[in-house]
Design a protein around this ligand. Structure first.
Ligand SMILES: [Fe+2]
Ligand SMILES: [Fe+2]
Length: 455
């Protein structure tokens, strides 16, 4: 099998060349600028949750409040008391990222300068400052300005006072969004129900390309959001790193910006990859693997230590809060269990992750991100080579039925990855981190699979 690094770098150049041509001929070459706006035709046609995510702009545009307002915004807010280690100033004002806005700030204020000053101090104070990774130190909220006054609504003080009654699909979607769901919008959702409430279909993805769930929600006229059903629609796929067995998933990553949260997630997975490779090296030794294979696993563990440091400094630079890696004790594993993990995490996760890092190294707007990802891309391509070498080493040690199961699990992981990449990253996240649009990610993934088939 040929080395993957040069193949991936040629693939990225081809895709970027094609994207440039497409961008010249289509204003929507990157799939739209709104965060969460997935291409409708890229979704799985068999899924109940195939509608595109409601754009943040559309959520605000359709608000019909009985109360007048000059300005309204949807924002992400993060409060931290971390003074060291996390790189976040100690208990300062909340870090704010405005996701969408409407109207003119302080348009009818009696004293505009004082009004703008008051705006700078607006915070929903939805939770206590946090010195770790707690969901309540970060949330989305709606800030409303009328004249000299400001009000803010978040998941802890419901949307009722401003929005009630909820009497449009977009308002129902906004109520769900403030409760942490990603509502979907098309002609079938949100759907007005006879009793005056709305059914909203929504998705939630766990951090680190974790499990993706689909929800049917009931949103009452008073803005109360109730879960009617929840189903797993795409299992987790490891793109930022190689997840070891026993890894405790982090419920939520916090940070001042979406890029900071993204790099905090990557830091966690890079750090988790270190014990994954150390275990692999030990297990390969026990199975009598040659010195080259074992040395490659040891080197990969060292690479991941370096990646962790590099990703952590990116996370801190963008206001992300990193979480410790916690591993549950795992006993000795069978060759079959090793092969399954290697198929999922290495042959699929790290292989695509290497190609994605090569893409990010070319397209991120921030030079620190580009230089870090260039190193990560080169190393991860070597880890992908290692995963496929381990796959070849383990295959003769498995039964025919086990080999078939490993192939099935690998196919399942490719399918899960395909689904997870259909979610469009926000325009801001794409620009800063260089993450591919859903359209480019699909091209990258199919290119990777073609290269593997031919290699
Ligand atoms: Fe890595
Ligand atoms: Fe890796």
């Amino acid at each position: 099998m040929r080395r993957l690094a040069p193949l991936f770098s040629a693939l990225v150049s081809t895709i970027l060349g094609a994207s440039t041509v497409a961008a010249c001929s289509s204003a929507d070459a990157t799939g739209g600028a709104d965060a969460g706006g997935a291409d409708a035709d890229s979704a799985d046609a068999g899924s109940t949750f195939l509608a595109p995510a409601c754009s943040e702009t559309s959520l605000l545009d359709s608000i019909t409040s009985a109360e007048a307002y000059d300005y309204i915004e949807l924002r992400y807010e993060f409060v931290s008391s971390i003074g060291d280690g996390g790189g976040i100033p100690d208990a300062g004002p909340p870090a704010v990222e405005v996701l969408a806005k409407k109207g003119e700030l302080c348009a009818t204020a009696t004293d505009k300068a004082r009004c703008l000053e008051a705006y700078a101090g607006v915070g929903t104070r939805f939770g206590t400052p946090c010195n770790g990774v707690y969901p309540d130190c970060a949330a989305e909220s709606v800030v409303v300005n009328q004249g000299d006054t400001f009000r803010a609504f978040s998941k802890l003080n419901l949307v009722g006072p401003f929005l009630a009654p909820i009497d449009s699909p977009a308002e129902a979607a906004l109520a769900a969004r403030l409760q942490g769901y990603r509502p979907l919008c098309d002609t079938n959702t949100p759907l007005a129900l006879p009793g005056g409430s709305y059914e909203v279909r929504a998705v939630v993805r766990e951090p680190c390309f974790g499990n993706k769930y689909g929800y049917r929600l009931d949103v009452s006229a008073g803005g109360i959001v109730t879960e009617k059903s929840k189903e797993l629609i795409a299992p987790a796929s490891g793109v930022c790193g190689r997840r070891p067995e026993g890894l405790r998933e982090v419920a939520a990553f916090a940070g001042a910006t979406s890029a900071g949260r993204f790099f905090a997630q990557c830091t966690h997975l890079e750090a988790a990859s270190v014990p994954a490779f150390l275990t692999l090296e030990r297990e390969l030794g026990a199975l009598g693997a040659g010195p080259k294979l074992r040395a490659a696993a040891r080197r990969a563990a060292r690479d991941e230590v370096r990646h962790t440091k590099m990703m952590r400094s990116l996370a801190e630079a963008f206001g992300g809060v990193c979480a410790d890696v916690e591993l549950a004790a795992v006993g000795p594993r069978t060759v079959f269990a090793m092969a399954l993990e290697n198929a999922r995490e290495g042959c699929v996760g790290e292989t695509y992750g290497a190609a994605q890092a090569a893409f990010q190294a070319q397209t991120a707007s921030d030079p620190r991100v580009r230089s870090t990802l260039a190193v990560v891309a080169r190393d991860e391509a070597r880890h992908a080579d290692l995963a496929w070498a381990v796959d070849r080493f383990l295959a003769p040690l498995l039964t025919e039925a086990e080999r078939r199961e490993v192939a099935r699990v690998r196919d399942e992981a490719w399918a899960a990855l395909t689904t997870s990449l259909e979610q469009e990253p926000s325009a801001h996240l794409r620009e800063v981190t260089g993450l591919p649009s859903a359209r480019d990610a699909a091209l990258l993934l199919s290119g990777v699979r073609e290269l593997l088939a031919a290699a």
